[in-house]
Design a binder for this molecule. Structure first.
Ligand code: CP
Length: 306
């Protein structure tokens, strides 16, 4: 069964069957990643351009590895070395790249809505690798895959997203995806970092981290994104750490094991203490590994959809 949409622009409105299909397909590719030769010929002859207008370590490398492991031809675009520096628009840049007969574009951009815009001005298949504070669909898919791998299910699990919800594309994609897959969702953070619409869509809100820990099976801890905050939303990082950091001391007070996730990059000892990040119940590096399989699944399903 093919995916409903020819692009992956976000998880809002993506049906449960499509998410299930991506997660199940990723399971097959996880097995490929364990082989001595981690390569299959699935996308041979397809050309994929990675358009990264914003910095990235995990997503950029993960997509490139996924593309190469599917035997696609890969072109990496660096905004700093391009004609954007000379004033060319995103539309013209994309249309010129498309004129060279490419099949898919993976794009990260600082502007919310950039991936949707791109899908309207070129014909290639578009995968959103993070657009501003809007969505980061492959991150949420790899998060859901990692949850399912660890807990055997997503349905009914209590997942609390902790930190800067307002500026986070990871939070929004997780909320859409987890809701579709039947998880119970909460957010925790200072009131100034939680958007008003959260309550309206039936998500529990905690302003106290100890209450959030008591409620949760899983904590997905987000980075405090100082670069996206155009004004101070809390007095200082020290203050944030004091009231909201996920620490060993706080977790020990809960009478249960809680799975710890973080999309990276981590501000160690700000939102998450270093010992918790590196603990046995942390899925952080497993998330990174699963990210390659999820991206292989998305590229395969979109790239071979007729
Ligand atoms: N999780 C994530 O998107 O990390 P990068 O910014 O390094 O790609």
């Amino acid at each position: 069964m093919p995916l409903l949409s020819r692009h992956l622009l976000g998880l809002e409105g993506v049906p449960k069957d499509d998410i299930q299909l991506i997660l199940d397909t990723a399971t097959s590719f996880r097995e490929v990643l364990e082989r001595p030769i981690k390569k299959v010929p699935t996308l041979q002859g397809k050309t994929i351009v990675n358009l990264f207008f914003e910095s990235s370590t995990r997503t950029r490398i993960s997509f490139e590895l996924a593309e190469r492991r599917l035997s696609a031809d890969v072109v990496n675009f660096s905004a700093d070395m391009s004609s954007l520096k000379k004033g060319e628009t995103l539309k013209d840049t994309a249309r010129n790249i498309e004129a060279m007969k490419i099949d898919m574009v993976v794009m990260r951009h600082a502007a919310s809505g950039a991936a949707v815009f791109l899908s309207k001005v070129i014909n290639a298949i578009i995968i959103n690798a993070g657009d501003g504070a809007h969505e980061h669909p492959t991150q949420a898919l790899l998060d859901m895959y990692s949850i399912r791998e660890k807990h055997g299910t997503i349905q009914g699990l209590k997942v609390c997203i902790v930190g800067d919800i307002s500026h986070s594309r990871v939070a929004l994609s997780n909320i859409y995806g987890l809701k579709t897959m039947g998880a119970r969702i909460a957010v925790c953070g200072p009131k100034t970092l939680i958007p008003r619409f959260i309550e309206q869509i039936g998500i529990e809100i905690f302003n106290n981290i100890d209450d959030a820990i008591k409620w949760s099976d899983i904590l997905n801890v987000l980075r405090i994104q100082l670069e996206r905050q155009d004004r101070a939303f809390f007095p200082s990082l020290m203050e944030y750490r004091k009231y909201f950091a996920v620490t060993r001391e706080r977790l020990d007070k809960a009478d249960k094991v809680i799975t710890i996730m973080h999309p990276g990059p981590i501000n160690r000892d700000v939102e998450l203490s270093a010992d918790v990040a590196d603990s046995a119940h942390s899925l952080i590096l497993q998330q990174v590994l699963n990210g390659v399989a999820i991206r292989m699944a998305v590229l395969y399903l979109l790239g071979t959809r007729s």
